[in-house]
Design a protein. Structure first.
Length: 295
């Protein structure tokens, strides 16, 4: 049997009438694509769809998630949402907040970059999604590997080098909300250096995004903060590299083939996206679009 099935072949493969298959198509429930006016159905995607239980009436009865990308903020993702014409809005509140909203059906996609306390495990995102009790039907898509570090004022006037030097100098450190990926990275760095949070001169209120960290440093409200290299470059700040992390997108399998996500994923595979990544700096998009986990 071919990898791409026609409507007749897909109906036979699924043991459905064509009428019932078209009902699923109208609801956006079945994985498919349209090429030169014809519906084509990837057989492997149909297998995953059935195995995930997405063909049940209970799954189809679930209300569609709103077309929103929650979770972490990222400059390249923000650009992709805008230039892909996907129609997906952005609600950046931090990685863990995005996962919670995804579990409750309040967003369609969550952008995440998680860190463990004991190591910068490259599987942190995979483990978090795999272990989430409310995400048994999720798929994790690679967006980029992203460089994170400490941003400081131009010229690094306090001569900071790492988190230990930040604590020793009592540099004013802007921070992110609990559950944000950058805040999790900060906690991991402190744990590895055996430094207590009380040893830091933390700036309040917390900053909602990496760009807010940059604004706090540029306005001299803070001396430094954790943010991506792309943020530092965009704001004209100094950057002290710490680690490369996985920045991934997670969504439910039933939403993967909807028009909004498909438009976004399609743009992610273009040369234009790669050019933007190079312009912004601090991104590795070699594996962009790769499936890291099917839950």
């Amino acid at each position: 049997m071919p990898d791409l099935l026609t409507t007749d072949e897909a109906a036979t493969y699924l043991r459905l009438s064509q009428r019932k298959l078209y009902e699923f198509l109208a609801k956006g429930a079945v994985p498919c694509t349209k090429v030169t006016g014809r519906w084509l159905f990837p057989r492997a995607a149909l297998d995953r769809w059935v195995m995930a239980g997405l063909i049940t009436s209970a799954a189809l009865a679930q209300a569609a998630a709103p077309p929103i990308v929650g979770g972490s903020h990222d400059l390249l993702l923000e650009l992709a949402l805008r230039e892909s014409g996907c129609g997906l809005a952005s609600l950046p509140e931090g990685s863990k907040a995005g996962l919670r909203r995804l579990t409750r059906g309040e967003v369609m996609i969550a952008a995440i970059h998680l860190h463990g306390l004991e190591s910068d495990d490259a599987q942190a995102n995979v483990s978090a999604v795999a272990d989430a009790p409310g995400l048994r039907d999720a798929v994790l898509i690679s967006f980029a590997r992203r460089e994170q570090g400490i941003v400081t004022a131009p010229g690094n006037p306090l001569k900071l080098s790492d988190i230990a030097s930040v604590a020793k100098s009592r540099a004013r450190l802007a921070q992110r909300p609990p559950g944000a990926g950058a805040q999790l990275l900060l906690l991991a760095l402190l744990a590895r250096a055996n430094i207590a949070a009380n040893d830091l001169a933390l700036v309040k209120p917390v900053c909602a995004t990496g760009m807010d960290i940059a604004r706090a440093v540029r306005s001299n409200r803070a001396d430094c903060g954790i943010a991506a290299r792309s943020v530092a470059l965009a704001a004209g700040l100094n950057f002290l590299p710490i680690t490369w992390e996985h920045f991934d997108l997670v969504l439910r399998q039933r939403d993967y083939f909807l028009p909004g996500p498909q438009a976004l994923f399609g743009f992610m595979r273009t040369a234009a996206l790669r050019e933007r990544a190079m312009e912004l700096g601090g991104y590795d998009v070699d594996a962009i679009g790769a499936v890291r986990l099917v839950n």
